[in-house]
Design a protein around this ligand. Structure first.
Ligand code: HEC
Ligand code: HEC
Ligand code: HEC
Ligand code: HEC
Ligand code: HEC
Length: 327
């Protein structure tokens, strides 16, 4: 009896493995080959910045200055058309990486449990890196010499966070298929808050990250958040302002960080907030307000980009009560 059960389960396993192997043919390199069975993940991914990482306007404008193949290592990881896609994180159809694949999953395609899939390691090869050394990107030198200081340090920042030590990984906050980030305005709004007040001379404002496990803004060094003090009219020229950013400068073979005014990551020693004291030249008029703005691109590319790739207003509020508040 036991021999029979054992024998038949071995047979079921053998059949399932061979069905899986046969199915591998149905699971090709492109996300369209997954869409029939995983419509939810494919649809979330197709609206993501990952899917458009090569052909989106912001990248194209920036890339047109160098057209360096180095950029394609990440932005066109699977292809120029699909950018960062299923294969970037799950590997290829020959043996997919899953979290805890069910028997159904194993029947459908060759797939194995990979404990690293849900960890930061899935994101690290693209979200933690240094730029080529100053002046080398278009030099034709191969392989490119890489600078020491990270250009994007998101995983490094996360490692120093209290959230990381509590086991909160990148995908706790960023669904890996939709990958919401700064282009998802509500996502950013729900994570930041501002407390500001005016004493007749100075504005004291604290910008706080409620729930981020890295510096804010993180990612590319040209991401900036600007805190502006504005009159009651639209805020073309602020009365005073402060910028949350990480500035770098070419220094020999490195891109050294010369200042960092971003919201730091919360750790045992400090909380995730930064306070600015701003002194406008003249007393603020009635209806004056603060405004927090997220700026995406390098300043010299702004003119060539559409509004949604340049900035968005995260939040704003009144500093001096006035009769004609204008939003
Ligand atoms: C940026 C990395 C990344 C990309 C790109 C990606 N996945 Fe995933 N996927 C993951 C991670 C991480 C998990 C595990 C999620 C979990 O356990 O919470 C996962 C889980 C899944 C699951 C299990 C169900 C679920 O949603 O948790 C399916 C099915 C899946 N992915 C299919 C796809 C398909 C199809 C594509 C391409 C359209 C794709 N994935 C692209 C990282 C990615
Ligand atoms: C013929 C249908 C079919 C195709 C095509 C298919 N899958 Fe699946 N896949 C399944 C089924 C069925 C499951 C199991 C779902 C469950 O357990 O609820 C699964 C599960 C998964 C899981 C989850 C494993 C886990 O840990 O839970 C991942 C990841 C996955 N597939 C990735 C892909 C990717 C990437 C592609 C395209 C390259 C793809 N699949 C194509 C049917 C398919
Ligand atoms: C506790 C929640 C949380 C965790 C964990 C987390 N993030 Fe974030 N992340 C956020 C929030 C909130 C924002 C929006 C604010 C900002 O842009 O910094 C964000 C923004 C981002 C951005 C967008 C930057 C941009 O310029 O668009 C990237 C990229 C990113 N995170 C990557 C990661 C990676 C990689 C990890 C893991 C190492 C991670 N995040 C872990 C909450 C989190
Ligand atoms: C193969 C490289 C690669 C991998 C792997 C990868 N990313 Fe990305 N990610 C990118 C690139 C490139 C962009 C910028 C796309 C663009 O041009 O807007 C990006 C953008 C993002 C953004 C910003 C979205 C926004 O709204 O601005 C978030 C958040 C993000 N990735 C999270 C993750 C997480 C979480 C993981 C791991 C589960 C991951 N990524 C894995 C390359 C990658
Ligand atoms: C090692 C991986 C990697 C390489 C190489 C790389 N990038 Fe990126 N790039 C990223 C990631 C990750 C993000 C998302 C970070 C964020 O959202 O702040 C990004 C974001 C961008 C963005 C912002 C797009 C947007 O949605 O606003 C531009 C523009 C960009 N990269 C241009 C380039 C150019 C040009 C090159 C080559 C000179 C390059 N990148 C090389 C990983 C890479």
């Amino acid at each position: 009896m036991w021999r029979w059960i054992l024998g038949s389960s071995t047979a079921v396993l053998a059949i399932s493995l061979s069905v899986g192997a046969w199915r591998a043919g149905a699971v090709g390199a492109s996300p369209s080959t997954c869409a029939g069975c995983h419509p939810e993940q494919v649809s979330a991914w197709s609206g993501s910045r990952h899917a458009a990482a090569f052909h989106n306007e912001a990248f194209q404008v920036s890339w047109s200055r160098t057209e360096s193949a180095w950029c394609e290592d990440c932005h066109a990881d699977t292809s120029r058309e699909d950018g960062i896609a299923c294969r970037s994180c799950h590997g290829d159809g020959a043996r997919l990486k899953g979290d805890h694949p069910s028997l159904r999953a194993r029947l459908a395609h060759p797939i194995r449990h990979d404990p690293a899939l849900t960890s930061e390691r899935t994101c690290e090869r693209c979200h933690q890196f240094s730029l080529p050394q100053p002046g080398t990107l278009t030099s034709g030198v191969h392989p490119l010499p890489i600078a020491e200081t990270p250009s994007q340090d998101t995983v490094g920042e996360w490692r120093a966070s209290a959230a990381a030590s509590r086991g909160r990984t990148c995908i706790t906050c960023h669904d890996p298929h939709e990958a919401p980030g700064a282009h998802d305005h509500d996502f950013v709004r729900s994570a930041l808050e501002v407390e500001a007040h005016y004493d007749g001379v100075r504005v004291t404002a604290t910008v706080r990250a409620r729930d981020a496990a890295h510096a804010v803004p993180t990612g590319d060094p040209f991401r900036r958040i600007e805190l502006m003090i504005c009159g009651p009219t639209p805020c073309e020229t602020p009365l005073a302002s402060a910028v949350l950013e990480r500035r770098r400068r070419a220094q020999g073979e490195d891109w050294a960080v010369v200042s960092d005014t971003r919201i730091p990551v919360a750790s045992a020693e400090r909380s995730a907030e930064r306070t600015f004291v701003l002194t406008p030249e003249a007393p603020l008029p009635p209806g004056a307000r603060w405004r927090l703005v997220y700026r995406f691109p390098e300043p010299d590319l702004e003119e060539r980009l559409s509004r949604s790739d340049r900035y968005f207003v995260i939040d704003q509020g009144t500093l001096v009560p006035g009769a004609q508040d204008v939003l």
